[in-house]
Design a protein around this ligand. Structure first.
Ligand code: CP
Length: 339
């Protein structure tokens, strides 16, 4: 079975740190032949700007060719149910798709967001796991219900900012922010996972218990904090959470108990526009650094002043997508000693 990059939780901290060090090396020397003659299929079931651009360029800069496919748009719609009679809109089954692509390319990367109707179904991450099950080459998660490539770019940006690989003990706040639409929990799940894994003192700040994340990721955060010597707690107190923080990471997400009934969640979400990251809140921090995965609606999630502040590292984090993804592709193809 090939090694996949589906979640950082599947990899050791040492392995993640080795990939981050490799990403720094790729940042210093952009061009190489580590993937010469190789190819990667990038399957996008959802839109992207950063992920598509950075994967395509990263593959090119290391000598590989990237093929972008959008199933249901420029490629056949794919069936993921087993044993079904395919008399609907899908034209071919994941079993054939994964096997055929594996015969052409060296890596398959997949972006497949939740359908936002039934969390119990979406939390199974069926599309990504089906590719991982039937592909005979490594599979990379380009964001499904987690976003591990973003995690790596985020951590690299923090390591660069603090000038150390060791982030243990940093006071880290993941704050929910308002957005007019109910968004994916993927980046929030990922932020909790990696921040606790790296031994930071993590606070999940959200308006109320309805905005807690899925028990899988809450459980990972608790376990990671125990294993790493970091901390993990939930707070609904904005001032207390920001006070003394070294890192503020912002994300909006829909409340899971309302999954698929977003019109019922909207009034509660609308009451919490004050969770916006602004200068007054950042002034409570320990000269804290701010970041976000992007895309970000200015003056909805964070103010212009916060985004334009020298303490905002969102652009550095976005740039790091290019470097960490090179490290991930190189590791999957060339470095079996990293696990
Ligand atoms: N952060 C991120 O994944 O950006 P895109 O959705 O533009 O790829």
């Amino acid at each position: 079975m090939p090694r996949h990059f589906l979640n950082t939780q599947d990899w050791s901290v040492d392995g993640l740190q080795q990939m981050l060090a490799s990403a720094s090396a790729f940042k210093a020397n952009a061009l190489g032949d580590q993937l010469k003659g190789r190819s990667i299929a990038l399957l996008f079931f959802n839109p992207s700007m950063r992920t598509r651009t950075s994967f395509e360029l990263g593959a090119f800069q290391l000598g590989a060719h990237a093929v972008v496919l959008q199933p249901g748009k420029d490629a056949w719609p794919i069936e993921f149910e087993l044993g079904t009679c395919m008399d609907g809109d899908t034209e071919e089954h994941i079993i054939e798709v994964a096997k055929v692509l594996s015969s052409y390319v060296d890596i398959i990367a997949v972006r497949a967001f939740p359908k936002f109707q039934d969390w119990q179904s979406d939390r199974q991450d069926k599309v990504l796991n089906a590719f991982a099950r039937y592909a005979t080459v490594p599979v990379i998660n380009m964001e499904t219900i987690t976003h591990p490539c973003q995690e790596m770019a985020h951590i690299l940006a923090l390591q660069e900012h603090f000038k150390t690989r060791d982030l243990r003990g940093k006071k880290y706040v993941l704050t929910w922010t308002y957005h007019p639409k109910a968004l994916n929990t993927a980046v929030a799940n990922s932020a909790l996972t990696i921040a606790t894994r790296m031994g930071m003192d993590v606070t999940l700040l959200c308006p109320n218990a309805e905005y807690l994340l899925d028990e899988r990721y809450m459980g990972w955060a608790e376990q990671n904090a125990a294993d790493s010597g970091g901390g993990f707690k939930v707070s609904h107190d904005i001032a207390a959470s920001y006070s003394g923080a070294d890192v503020v990471y912002a994300k909006s997400w829909g409340a899971l108990p309302y999954f698929g009934r977003w019109q019922d969640e909207q009034p509660m979400r609308d009451e919490n526009k004050h969770f916006i990251v602004d200068e007054a809140k950042m002034a409570l921090t320990n000269n804290g650094v701010f970041s976000h995965c992007l895309p970000l609606r200015r003056n909805i999630k964070a103010t212009d002043a916060v985004m334009d502040s020298p303490n905002c590292i969102a652009i550095a984090e976005a740039e790091n997508r290019l470097h960490v993804q090179k490290a991930i592709m190189d590791t999957l193809i060339n470095r079996p000693e990293i696990s």
